[in-house]
Write a protein that binds this ligand. Structure first.
Ligand SMILES: *[C@@H]1O[C@H](CO)[C@@H](O)[C@H](O)[C@H]1NC(C)=O
Length: 230
């Protein structure tokens, strides 16, 4: 990413919105709702709706877990009002907003890990800022090879992110006809997360746009291997 005000491209932003929704759904499923009782419901069937009355984010630009260049609130990204008005409405059920206190109650003594590309990193930042509302003593946390994360002492909860854009192992080697090739072993996990399973109680994965040509152009393409052969 470039310097300040280098904001996500529109594609990225759409991804961000989609993933935020998926994450919200994920957490809403974890947190038991006190009212009304949960009926079995497919939260993934629904649509995006603009709702100008939708509550604004419960954190602001001062949240210490923001990444500077991506702090859309502080950088005053155009159109924030409209962007923040989108909400996901499932067809057959209510999707309440995440309640940080309730969430932390359920997650007490647990460790949550995100693995993937910048999409999951954005998830993480958003979630850390939300959860911080329930524990302002939250501290930055960066161990076990994690890129970034936080520890919430009040609930003994750790939430961290491990960067592994393809999830699979990949390495660069110079080529003859092309500048070089990125060998991707699709059945081998990337080093970044291969041994973190014992540490976390919950792992949330994502991968996507790094598999496209914009990240690995013709001069340095991906070459896929499975079981060691191409
Ligand atoms: C905090 O949680 C970890 C597991 O995530 C657990 O091993 C540890 O004992 C807990 N610490 C306290 C003080 O409860």
């Amino acid at each position: 990413m470039g310097a300040k005000l280098k904001l996500p491209s529109s594609t990225l932003f759409i991804w961000l919105i989609i993933s935020t929704c998926a994450l919200t759904i994920f957490y809403s499923k974890l947190v038991p709702s006190s009212s009304p009782p949960l009926v079995p419901c497919n939260l993934f069937a629904g649509k995006w709706v603009i709702d100008p009355n939708r509550p604004r984010p419960i954190y602001d630009e001062t949240c210490p877990f923001h990444r500077n260049a991506w702090n859309c609130l502080r950088n005053q990204r155009d159109n924030m009002e409209v962007i923040n008005s989108w909400k996901w409405v499932p067809e057959d059920c209510e999707l309440n907003e995440i309640d940080p206190l309730e969430f932390m109650g359920v997650m007490r003594d647990k460790r949550i890990g995100f693995v993937g590309d910048s999409l999951n990193e954005n998830f993480l930042v958003s979630l850390l800022c939300i959860l911080r509302v329930a524990d302002t003593g939250a501290k930055k946390w960066k161990r076990k090879g994690a890129w970034r994360g936080a520890y919430f002492p009040k609930f003994n909860v750790t939430v961290a992110y491990h960067r592994a854009v393809l999830l699979a192992k990949y390495q660069w080697s110079e080529g003859d006809e092309v500048k070089g090739v990125h060998r991707v072993d699709v059945d081998i996990p990337a080093k970044d997360w291969e041994d973190i399973g014992g540490f976390y109680d919950i792992l949330i994965f994502n991968t996507g746009h790094w598999w496209g040509y914009d990240k690995f152009p013709k001069e340095s393409p991906l070459a896929f291997y499975q079981g060691g052969s191409q």
